[in-house]
Design a protein around this ligand. Sequence first.
Ligand code: ZN
Length: 60
Amino acid sequence: MTDLNIQFTCPDCDHSFFLDSEEILESEFLKCPSCGCALSEEELRHLRIAINYMKEKSTH
Ligand SMILES: [Zn+2]
């Protein structure tokens, strides 16, 4: 399986960080390592859909 690292920029503190796609799919919630601001459930759901889509693309 291809490793996907996804870059985030925190909307609260502008801190940029990378998360592993597997971590995103397996985590209950995600938060900024700098300020602890959590992603909303909706954002996380969209993100998971996008990751699954990218994974499908990369395996073909
Ligand atoms: Zn932050």
